[in-house]
Design a protein around this ligand. Structure first.
Ligand SMILES: [Zn+2]
Length: 319
């Protein structure tokens, strides 16, 4: 891919990934194949040593931007109570909290946070009472976050370290530019500025096979709520490790990036691509919670330590 042009919309050419894409989908081809860092491209090694797998080239590199060691999150359910099974909300809230606080899962992520442990607070979720949107694009996502902020509904959270996860109700289609959840988009994360305040958000598809047979989002498990938790886990870890990716893209400034690969991929991206559509279950798994409280559906993240996807581990990976 060519370098970004000064006049072109960086999003239309090639840029850092901040999405979750179904393997083998049009959205994956559109984003994964074309992702790159804005600005100067990283030099690639001239040759790979004999016997060395190419995966280390996918390792994440720290660019000096914002990471969030102590984060918080709040799940915000779009639509209304009529659109959501109470059990879905209950399971999604419980499992997303369990996943983000799980010590064995965090043993993988802590390598990107040298010098201390990770923490994540879950704020009580919010169920809106509005008409369910048929489709939501990123301007719509940002407008919703700003609207909730201006109405005082986001609560007392420390906004600089909290991500608000917008959860789309069943059947709602998520889009980002020309990519759609019916073509494989599972979710994305970003930020929007209101005056001097930065609001961090993610948008997450209720991944399921629709009544007409179309797959909306990324169906990896036997229940949609589990797919949602895996998407939340993906997006929240990418927020943790690369909070200001949206600003980096729009300001064309690599220095705002946190952890990202040479190819412009965040911690959740390579594992899905590497697994591929035929082997989604290699990286979408229900893992045993380290406190023994049950199983948590997650998507494995990229680990520099093993140069690939890594599930929960007993000991922290070295920085
Ligand atoms: Zn991602």
């Amino acid at each position: 891919m060519s370098e970004l042009t000064a006049s072109g919309d960086p999003r239309s050419i090639g840029y850092a990934m901040r999405i979750q894409a179904r393997p083998g989908s049009a959205v994956e081809r559109r984003w994964y194949g074309h992702s790159q860092l804005p600005g100067t491209r990283w030099a690639m090694p001239k040759a790979i040593a004999t016997g060395v797998q190419p995966a280390p080239l996918d390792d994440l590199i720290f660019h000096g931007g914002k990471t969030v060691r102590q984060m918080g999150f709040r799940n915000v359910y779009l639509g209304s109570g009529a659109d959501w099974a109470p059990s879905d909300i209950q399971f999604i809230d419980a499992a997303s909290k369990l996943a983000m606080q799980d010590s064995h899962l965090n043993n993988v992520m802590v390598q990107y946070f040298p010098g201390g442990p990770l923490a994540c607070d879950a704020i009580a979720s919010l169920l809106l009472s509005e008409a369910k949107p048929a489709e939501l694009d990123e301007p719509g996502v940002q407008a919703k976050i700003v609207e909730l902020f201006n109405a005082g509904k986001l609560g007392q959270a420390d906004l600089g370290s909290t991500i608000f996860n917008l959860l789309l109700p069943p059947g709602t289609v998520l889009t980002l530019d020309d990519s759609s959840s019916v073509a494989g988009l599972g979710g994305y994360h970003g930020s929007v500025h209101v005056g001097n305040t930065t609001l961090y958000y993610s948008a997450n598809v209720y991944s399921q096979v629709l009544p007409n047979g179309t797959e909306n989002g990324i169906v990896a498990f036997d229940a949609s709520w589990k797919n949602v938790v895996a998407t939340l886990y993906h997006e929240m870890n990418e927020f943790r490790t690369d909070a200001d990716v949206n600003d980096a893209i729009h300001q064309n400034d690599n220095d705002l990036l946190g952890w990202m690969s040479r190819q412009g991929r965040e911690c959740g991206d390579q594992p899905i691509f590497a697994a591929g559509a035929q082997h989604l279950n290699l990286v979408f798994q229900e893992v045993l919670a380290s406190d023994g409280s049950g199983r948590i559906p997650v998507q494995f993240m990229y680990s520099n330590g093993v140069h690939g996807a890594e599930g929960p581990v007993d000991q922290p990976d070295a920085p």
